[in-house]
Design a protein around this ligand. Sequence first.
Ligand code: SF4
Length: 125
Amino acid sequence: MTRDFLEAACVECPRGCRLSVRRSGGELTVSGAACPRGEAWGRRELLMPARVLTGTVRTTSRDMPRLPVRTREAIPLDTLLEAARALSSIVAAGPLVPGDTVVEDFNGLGVPLVATAALPPDSPP
Ligand code: SF4
């Protein structure tokens, strides 16, 4: 879906500037941004919105049955729901430290899924 106008709160920092982004005649204008980072975010948000997915996956550990994870980068907004569903088919095994890759190419998106917490190795039965 192509949009020509967007009003949104910038999510790049806690200040949450209220942005208006308008496309007219091939030109993009962003107003309300207090810094260039927010201006860039506004442009991306109109042209190709994306979000980092966070969630949890199952593990092989009896002591820690769920592991918090996130995509290393933002993924297209329209893939978010399907990607969230795909988390249920993933099982992580330790040892992992925060930032370790759990799935290299998560759901065919070309983005790794990484641990955001440590997962100790499985304890012996
Ligand atoms: S525009 Fe800049 S200052 Fe405002 S919320 Fe975005 S990043 Fe923060």
